[in-house]
Design a protein around this ligand. Sequence first.
Ligand SMILES: NC(=O)c1ccc[n+]([C@@H]2O[C@H](COP(=O)([O-])OP(=O)(O)OC[C@H]3O[C@@H](n4cnc5c(N)ncnc54)[C@H](OP(=O)(O)O)[C@@H]3O)[C@@H](O)[C@H]2O)c1
Length: 332
Amino acid sequence: MAEGRFDNPVVASLAGFYDRFRKQPLKPRFKATDNLEGKTVFITGANSGLGFAISVEAAKRGAHVIMGCRRQIPEAGEKVKKLSGSENVEMCYIDLTKIETIHQVVDQFAEEHIRLDVTFLNAASAASKSRPTESGQDELFLVNYFSNFILTNLLLSRGVIQPDAEVQSRIIFISSDSHRGSSAVDYNEFGRYFDYGVFKAMSNYSYFKFVLNTYATELSRRVNRDKTVVQINCICPGPVNTNIIRETPLLIRIILRGIFSIIFRSPKQAVQPVIYMATSGDFNNRTNQYLHMFIPKRMDEKVYDEAEGKKLWEESEKLWKRIDKKAEVFTK
Ligand SMILES: NC(=O)c1ccc[n+]([C@@H]2O[C@H](COP(=O)([O-])OP(=O)(O)OC[C@H]3O[C@@H](n4cnc5c(N)ncnc54)[C@H](OP(=O)(O)O)[C@@H]3O)[C@@H](O)[C@H]2O)c1
């Protein structure tokens, strides 16, 4: 059975509490002047929390910002324009439970000859129970892992992200340090829908971050065979006071809201290491890096297992081809 590190939101929040006060060695290297002038950035889950903060900060730093959202179009974009003072912000509809919408977004980018310099895979679901999607998978599986596999493969195979050692565009997976200690990828459950409740949902959240990191590592291996042509990195923003707990059972949510608002960082603070990873020259000619806030770390050792990465890729490819006739796996 697939297992994540936490199946209890209170324990997860206490881990966040511990993280909140950790010393972050790279923090002083983050410069207010690091900018994204002339760059095009795409953010999934951009209407809320960290994704919204990334959008504002990227727009302030001169980027052409494309906010991928399933709700709050155009209100969230208007807010980003207002807060950043930039008009160079647009929005597109994407619902990661609906594979067709991923195709629509990538088709549109390809038709408009958009080249992404930075892609933030930020959207995530913290659903409190299993929920079937149109294509027959579970929502958490699709939103927190598999749609990211599809989206990144399409962006690369359609040339929206172009591997180039000079330019080095960046793909940043917003992950979580809670991926640690998860079980190995479980292929009995992989892509299969079955009913479960709140504890398994909580455990799945950290488990799918583990799967996501394993995928990011394998993607980096395949794209960057002998040199870095796309910087493909993962980051945990640390504990952030966002809407992520909106589906937690009411009583626990009331307690967590208190903890979140008093102790957790605001999205505006938490976004800093994410923007550092998107802008800093410290990542040039490097890939498959992991930051926990501003703390460089190795991910869970299982994430780096090459045989596991290869198997995850192959099983994902098989599943994609089975459920989507427009599957287009990236090959270099
Ligand atoms: N908050 C924390 O303490 C914390 C800690 C570590 C890592 N993270 C990670 O940070 C990232 C951002 O989370 P957050 O804390 O900012 O939470 P959030 O405010 O709940 O934002 C999550 C975003 O994902 C979007 N999303 C969910 N399901 C989607 C779907 N089917 N299709 C498209 N978009 C979808 C949401 O859109 P809707 O508004 O439409 O639902 C929302 O914009 C996540 O990857 C999360 O795992 C958060």
